[in-house]
Write a new protein. Sequence first.
Lengths: 281, 305, 257
Amino acid sequence: MTRHKRRRDPVGAACRVAALAVLSGFLVFTAYLGFAASRGVGIDFLRGASSVAVDGTGMGPALAGTLWLLLLTAVLALPIGIGTAIYLEEYAPRTRVTAVIESVAANLAGVPSVIYGIVGLALFVRALGMGPTILAGGCTLAVLALPGVIVTSRTAIRRVPEGLRLAAYGLGATRWQVVRNQILPAAGSGIVAGCCAAFTRTAGAAAPLLVLGTATYMSFAPQTPAHPLTSLPTQIFTWATRSQEEFAALAAGAAIMLLLLLLIMNLISALVVRRLSGAAR
Amino acid sequence: MMARRVSGAGTASRAAGERLVAHVLLACTVVAVVTLAAVLAVLVREAGMFFADVSPWRFLTEITWAPAAAEPRFGVLPLLVGTAQIGVGAAVFALPAGLMTAVYLHQYAGSRTARLLSGVTALMAGVPTVVYGLFALHFVTPALRVLWPGVEAFNALSACLVVGLMILPTVTVLSREALDSVPPPLLDAGLALGAPKGRVVTRVLLPAASGGILAAVLIAMARAVGETMIVSLAAGNEARLTWSPFEGLQTLSAFLTQLGMGDAATGTREFQAFFAVGAVLFVGTYGIHMAGRMLVSRSVGRAGQ
Amino acid sequence: MSSPAAPTDAPVLTAERLSVRFGRRVALRDISLAIPRGRIVSIIGPSGCGKTTLLRCFNRMNELASGARTSGTVHFAGMDLYGPDIDPVEVRRRIGMVFQQTTPFPKSVFDNIAFGPRASGFTGDLQGLVEEVLTSVGLWSEVADDLDTPALELSAGQKQRLCIARTLALKPDVLLLDEPTSALDPEATARIESIIRALSPRYTIVIATYNRWQAARLSDLTAFLDRGELLEYGLTETLFTNPREARTESYLTGRTQ
């Protein structure tokens, strides 16, 4: 019976094939990464510094650079973005101005990251004289993440049922008491999930950092944000452009490292989300 | 006067705290708005200075792009055509596959298969594009060259395929949301009339979700058009007008990365050319994205009624 | 405007020439009425007539909605509620409100009751207060064993009683009830109505209801609103048996809805 039905449903068959093709595309991609990285990536790779020579190359500095960038982005973009979302949703009157801000922010979240790179170069690296440093990179990535943080936080806040808001105000709560005791707990899981998505995009961004000018050869891990810019994504790019096979293996190894980092980030966020939505219930 | 009152903390100190919080939040908003406005201002200013020098007409009609040459030429057409080629090429692969996968997830897949496939899709959506670029250059291109020895080391086909792979999760996830917003009774009505499932999908489900699907297509296209790392790694960085998918090309976004490789000084026309290209890319992706979002809100609004 | 004066002695809330507009739409036009202390007053009228808006004028909830503009005055125990030195937060603590949709916070029963007192800096015996207000809505015997029960696990009727108890915990002077039973089954409705009756001498209660029989059952006075205008206001018995206005009569007899 089932088999008979399936044969008579060409649409279903086509969709099945498409889904299989998509899945196999991703499998090939994953298999390539694993295979490429398995060649020539030793333990030293994790510790060592990247250099021209293939022997003794590593990605310690790039990994440290990415962690620095993430920290700077979080410190700069999260408070400002979430604060803006709270202000626009709970404090500001609904006017045309707030509607325009919302729409512009939402569309800016879809603008290619490389554009933030050229603006960051003009603004942070040159006009403000930061030079191609981790600090300039962090500022650029923070600007890149800002629209996403604002938009996802606003969406999460808006999903809080209006009844909660009214009930809390009706019980004589002040604006901030309503926000702190009702809105933020109810919207918290959505805000965390949204910000994590915005950060995943930012942490993997290579294009804007390449535009700022990254150090290709770095022999020691950056200690301060004033250190020349380096990061895992740009390091992957640099290694990928080299023609020797060994560099492709290094790039694949660094790519797996980056993916693991993002995976850990997303797992932590998923745990926090589960805790928060459990607490809200 | 009020006989029964529940009150403890002083009203004055509470009001002061409230005001402080409101001011801090307002300050956040001002910083955010100023920052985003500064991004636009830099783009507009530099691009404006460029177009004061080079007429927009020449910019859009000349067919040579060589901003760093001794005798610089600023015809953006090769970059525009290259960008369109990548966008269309990626769409050819990704849109049918993504949409059909969404239909499969929505209509056909068992719940475990659906969860597995959705999970894989979510994971792939988070993969940085530079990693896809590595895959394009070091796996897809060599594979293509085995199939067709005439394929160049840098070629559009490889970039198209992998950009398509990159936007697949976007197409799938957003199309599925569009399908999910179709009220189930509509489908049941179709099935109850004795129509086979495939027919209900093509005649009822897809038309009912068409607004949301179109939005998904637009948002995915905005991503494909703006994609930078895959294209600069796989398609090379030579601006030329070519229709062959086996040859390399340069897109608007890939050109922008060259700003970091070269040393164009602030204030030069070469430097400003990057912002002119950036402005074109900005307007294009912003517009596509806005159209997509408007479609989403419209179709969601209609489904809610 | 011949505002029909209510037969009243000591009004606790007095609206005079109260109008509310949302953008260009006029939601309330020139309402004048007085709510006497310790009584139950019903506001009835077809849906969209402005019942909720009028109710929300009494504790300044309207200004939370965007684009609402209020003119006219509301006096509460002699003070101008919309005066420049009046804190709307303080107003809402003295004039409590219960909403149509049951809106328990996603917290425990205890925390729901404690929210209001905590927000206003209450330092007394919270445990005792919780017991007191839960008892007055008949919920104490049902939840006393476990005050940590998530409020969302209660039944619909229990939720609404919790919402009333939560408001009582602020010891307000006035209770505003906005269609408190419209989402409930008949049994739960009857329960709420008996609670309202029991609260009546201690609290002044204003209840907006689409259900005219509920108004007839519960209230001492009834106001009939139609399209933002106060058509008739008087003793419930009089209004129901001998309405002055033809529109009131046709609404009460169900000829318009």
